[in-house]
Structures are given as structure tokens and as C-alpha cells.
Design a protein around this ligand. Structure first.
Ligand code: NAP
Length: 285
């Protein structure tokens, strides 16, 4: 799978697996653990979660799947790239490491590859950044970053971060249906070599049923969801993290990482879902 540089020493795959809505109901847990295991066996290496998802439930599902996959040798720990997020209300100097320890416990890991502030809250950015840097210095996380930050937030963050490793990534809502970040946020991040992680890249499943997209996708011999994903990761500097539980979805999405769209298809996609012509407030799900 194609990767993007995350820092001088590390890379992030352009496509991974989301886990929102997992771990919310005990009756679905077995199927969710099986889906994550299947995903790893299929070749997914980047997995995104958060302490918020199922109030720790998604991390527990992921932890169980990781333990089984590592035990059976389906994958090595150093091949995986695990992302989790701290709640804004926990992102204080003391709260951040405590939340991180709870996440590590649920994940059954001794290090999170990328730890994000889920969205901006009331704790000063400098405090959160310093807490993140301290976690990195202790080896509890490899990289830190943010989520749902617009350009002005990113600029403020750059000012707030002192010495030490800076923000490695920003995860925001970006899809064919929500192209706002392409106007100024994505160029700002690209200039700094910082990957943008696109969440809800299939618009929570809606783009998979978009008739015009389906028609174009059929002409290319792919599905609408695959076309939506290929379009997102065709933008330089962008990583997509679609969530899927169904096996066909997992397979389709992984295969979408190999699709290369020609100029005519990208033009047709711009006609169906025009790029932004002005700055719009960052959309959040
Ligand atoms: P999404 O990935 O755009 O869509 C997920 C939905 O699409 C699920 O219902 C899934 O069904 C369906 N789907 C997946 N692949 C499909 C395919 N090939 N064909 C048809 N349907 C398909 O939405 P999302 O879950 O909101 O976003 C993805 C991930 O981003 C989340 O899971 C989470 O990890 C992250 N996220 C982060 C934030 C943030 O604030 N940082 C916000 C939202 C999301 P099945 O599950 O039934 O397979």
C-alpha cells in the first residue's frame, strides 16, 4: 500500500480502518472483533479509534482483535499503525497522560502510534501539546496530532508548541460530499508536509448509494464507495479511514487504495462534486 511520510522516521498508509460505532453494544462485539481481525488478515495496517467511541468500547474491540492477530502471527506490532484520540475535556497536563494510559490498557499495547486531540476544548493548546510531547518522550506514543482543527486553529497551535516534536497530523471531515478543507486547510498542511486524515470519506455510507457516482463507477468497473475513496486519496497528502464491518466493504475499500483515476474521471468527479471556491467553516460530524 502507498504510504505518506509522517515524520523523518515514520510513514502512514494512505488507507486505514475506522472504528466509530464499534464497541457500543455487547451483542455486536463478536462480529466487530471478527471484522477487525479479518481486516488485519486482509492487509489493513492503519486503524483509527478514540476513547470516545463506545466510551472505550471500540478500543476494547480493537484490543481484543489486536491481541489475537499478534498472538497468531497474522501481523507484527511494528507493521501496525494505531491511532487513538483523547477527549478535549481530558486534554489537560495531567488528564492527557491518564487518558492515554486508559487507552493503552484497553488496546493492550504499550505504545500508540499517533495520539490526537479529538477536537478543540477549553484546555490551553500549550498544555495539551506539552502533555503530548511528554508522552512521546516516555515512549507511550510515537507521534501526536489533532482533529477537527481548521487553518486558524493550526496556526494558533504552531504558535503554542514550544521546543520538541510538533503536530504530526490533523484528522478532519473530507469526502467528495464535503470538500471544504481542500480550499485552504489542505494546502496549508501540504506546505508543511503534514498528512490530512480524511474521516467519513464515504459520507457515512451515503456516497455508496449516490446514483451519479454509481453510474460513473460502473463505467470504471468499480463501486461508488471505491470511487469515493479513490478520489479522496488521489489528493496529495491525504489518508482515508473508512469504517466497515461487512467483509465485502472491507475488501472493496482496501482494493480502492490501488485505483488510479485518470484526468477525465477526476474532471467528471469535479463536475458532480465541485471543489470549493471560497473558504467555508470546517464541517464536523
Ligand atoms: P464512513 O467511513 O464514511 O462510512 C461508514 C459507513 O459506510 C458504514 O455504515 C459502513 O458499513 C459503510 N461502508 C463502508 N464501506 C462501504 C462500501 N464499500 N460500500 C458501501 N458502504 C460502505 O463514516 P465514519 O465511520 O463516520 O468515518 C470513518 C472513520 O473516521 C470513523 O469510523 C472514525 O474512526 C473516524 N471519524 C473521526 C471523526 C473525528 O472527529 N475525528 C469523526 C467521524 C469519524 P458497514 O460498517 O456495515 O460495513
Amino acid at each position: 500500500m502507498r504510504t505518506l511520510p509522517l515524520s523523518t522516521s515514520s510513514e502512514i498508509p494512505v488507507l486505514g480502518l475506522g472504528t466509530w460505532r464499534m464497541g457500543e453494544a455487547s451483542g455486536r462485539r463478536k462480529a466487530e472483533v471478527a471484522a477487525v481481525r479479518e481486516a488485519i488478515a486482509m492487509g489493513y495496517r492503519l486503524i483509527d479509534t478514540a476513547e470516545m467511541y463506545g466510551e472505550g468500547g471500540a478500543e476494547t474491540v480493537l484490543g481484543q482483535a489486536l491481541a489475537e492477530a499478534l498472538r497468531t502471527g497474522d501481523v507484527r506490532r511494528d507493521e501496525l499503525f494505531i491511532v487513538s484520540k483523547v477527549y478535549p475535556h481530558n486534554a489537560s497536563r495531567r488528564g492527557t497522560p491518564e487518558a492515554c494510559e486508559r487507552s493503552l490498557q484497553r488496546l493492550g499495547l504499550d505504545m500508540i502510534d499517533l495520539y490526537l486531540l479529538h477536537w478543540r476544548g477549553s484546555h490551553p493548546l500549550r498544555e495539551t501539546a506539552e502533555a503530548m510531547q511528554a508522552l512521546a518522550a516516555r515512549g507511550r506514543i510515537a507521534h501526536w496530532g489533532v482533529s477537527n482543527f481548521d487553518v486558524d486553529d493550526m496556526q494558533e497551535l504552531s504558535q503554542a508548541v514550544g521546543e520538541g516534536p510538533g503536530c504530526a497530523a490533523n484528522q478532519v471531515y473530507l469526502s467528495l460530499g464535503e470538500r471544504g478543507p481542500e480550499f485552504s486547510l489542505l494546502p496549508w498542511m501540504r506546505e508543511r508536509g503534514m498528512p490530512l486524515m480524511a474521516y467519513s470519506p464515504i459520507d457515512q455510507g451515503a456516497l455508496a448509494a449516490d446514483a451519479a457516482l454509481e453510474e460513473l463507477a460502473a463505467r470504471l468497473g468499480v463501486t461508488a464507495a471505491q470511487l469515493a475513496l479513490a478520489a479522496v486519496i488521489a489528493r496529495p497528502g491525504v489518508v482515508a479511514i473508512p469504517k466497515a464491518v461487512r467483509r465485502t466493504h472491507l475488501e472493496e475499500n482496501l482494493a480502492a487504495a490501488r485505483l488510479v483515476l485518470d484526468a477525465a474521471t477526476l474532471e467528471e468527479l469535479d463536475r458532480l462534486h465541485p471543489p470549493p471556491q471560497r473558504k467555508t467553516p470546517l464541517a464536523m460530524i
